[in-house]
Design a protein around this ligand. Structure first.
Ligand SMILES: O=C(O)C(=O)C[C@H](O)[C@H](O)COP(=O)(O)O
Length: 222
């Protein structure tokens, strides 16, 4: 069962300003990535469900977070069906992120009061997700839409919370373009937890990067 309520998760997404996300099949390496992000100040992590046995890695990672990293909120991304969402919620996922918007996933998550963030690409999809109780929608793949898309939506629907993901960079330019357009937070995957960092096991470098990104976000919001 989730440790954190959907209200706590949504608030932390807003406060943190970014959700780091990654997948790796190695449990020990994944723990080090999680710890590096925690040490850098992030209190959120999305483990993307890629490949067979990803749930085993997530289960181990979540146990580690619960035992060793107070306040770290772990969720799962790349969830594409309700059965997978239920599996991950049984393993303690605190939020479910999906590349697509599916009502059966929404129902499964609502049943357990777990925050779900569906990938949406039109205002009609966003509106339907909100009608089903969605707090923060994911704009995916964000770089094909651009910050102007968010700015335009916030006009008629200022209550809408959007998390652009896919092609967002951990730079001042990229982060300020999205946050100033009205994004609630951003998803940062391969540009933050890069292949290089994973291959070189550069966990100190990752901690420094995460801390820098959080500082950039704080400065943008001043
Ligand atoms: O897994 C999901 O649910 C997805 O929707 C895909 C990922 O969120 C993006 O592919 C991350 O993109 P990058 O930050 O450019 O690496």
């Amino acid at each position: 069962m989730a440790k954190y309520s959907r209200i706590e998760v949504a608030q932390t997404m807003k406060d943190n300003g970014m959700v780091p996300l990654f997948f790796h099949s190695d449990i020990e390496l994944s723990k080090k990535v999680l710890k590096a992000c925690y040490d850098g100040g992030s209190r959120l992590m999305e483990f993307t469900s890629r490949g067979d046995f990803a749930h085993e890695v997530f289960g181990a990672l979540n146990k580690y977070a619960l035992a060793e990293l107070p306040g770290m909120i772990l969720g799962v991304g790349s969830v594409t069906d309700a059965a997978s969402a239920s599996l991950y919620m049984s393993l303690g996922a605190n939020f479910i992120v999906t590349p697509v918007f599916r009502e059966d996933i929404a129902i499964a998550c609502n049943r357990r009061k777990v925050l779900w963030s569906p990938g949406c690409g039109t205002l009609t999809e966003i509106a339907r997700a909100e009608e089903l109780g969605c707090e923060i929608v994911k704009l995916f793949p964000a770089d094909t839409y651009g910050p102007e898309f968010i700015k335009a939506i916030k006009g008629p629907c200022p209550w809408t919370n959007i998390m652009p993901t896919g092609g967002v960079y951990p730079t001042v330019e990229s982060l300020s373009s999205w946050l100033n357009a009205g994004a609630t937070c951003v998803g940062l995957g391969s540009q933050l937890i890069s292949k290089d960092i994973l291959e070189n096991k550069d966990f100190d470098g990752l901690t420094a990067r995460v801390s820098q990104v959080l500082d950039i976000i704080k400065n943008i919001r001043k």
